[in-house]
Write a protein that binds this ligand. Structure first.
Ligand code: 5GP
Ligand code: ZN
Length: 153
């Protein structure tokens, strides 16, 4: 077996609105920028202060990101959370990634949302939650571990 074939990933997609923001072709209210990522205010905030953390390279989904880029973007979150919470006076924050259309992703350039939250704000949360029946939980655990390579083949 040879080395795995490297998948070449375009660093920018000319049709992607977040790539245009990264490149400065579309204006944005940036609050933080590094060599690999940028954070800017969401133009349609769920709550004012809603901020997006966007890797500069174009990857559609979280699962496409190289670990190093995911780590870098993730490393910016604690500082941004502290700043956004202090600046807005929020009582809490939601930090989420919508990954894929079914999960509500509308811009196919991976990003984190940081959304300030207040007691009694109008955001519809939490999501409805269910139950596992019988051995469904252990079956699900097995399937995910197998995909992760954590179960001996
Ligand atoms: P998604 O639904 O893909 O998780 O989130 C995309 C987010 O990008 C939405 O919350 C939307 O309001 C925001 N957005 C879309 N277009 C623009 C834009 O041109 N500028 C900024 N700042 N945010 C945008
Ligand atoms: Zn893009």
């Amino acid at each position: 077996m040879g080395e795995p074939t490297a998948v070449t990933q375009p660093s920018h997609d000319p049709h992607c609105i977040f790539c245009k923001i990264v490149l400065g072709e579309i204006p944005s209210a940036r609050v933080l920028e590094t060599d690999q990522a940028v954070a800017f205010l969401d133009i349609h905030p769920v709550i004012p202060g809603h901020t997006l953390v966007v890797p500069k390279a174009h990857y559609a989904h979280l699962g496409d990101l190289p670990d190093s880029l995911a780590s870098h973007a993730g490393s910016l979150l604690p500082r941004l959370c502290r700043a956004i919470q202090a600046a807005t006076g929020a009582a809490g924050l939601n930090v989420i990634v919508n990954n894929g259309r079914a999960a509500g992703q509308t811009i196919d350039h991976c990003h984190w949302h940081i959304i300030p939250r207040f007691d009694d704000d109008p955001v519809n949360w939490p999501w409805p939650q269910g139950e596992y029946l019988g051995d469904e939980l252990s079956q699900m655990r097995f399937r995910i571990e197998r995909e992760l390579g954590e179960v001996p083949g």
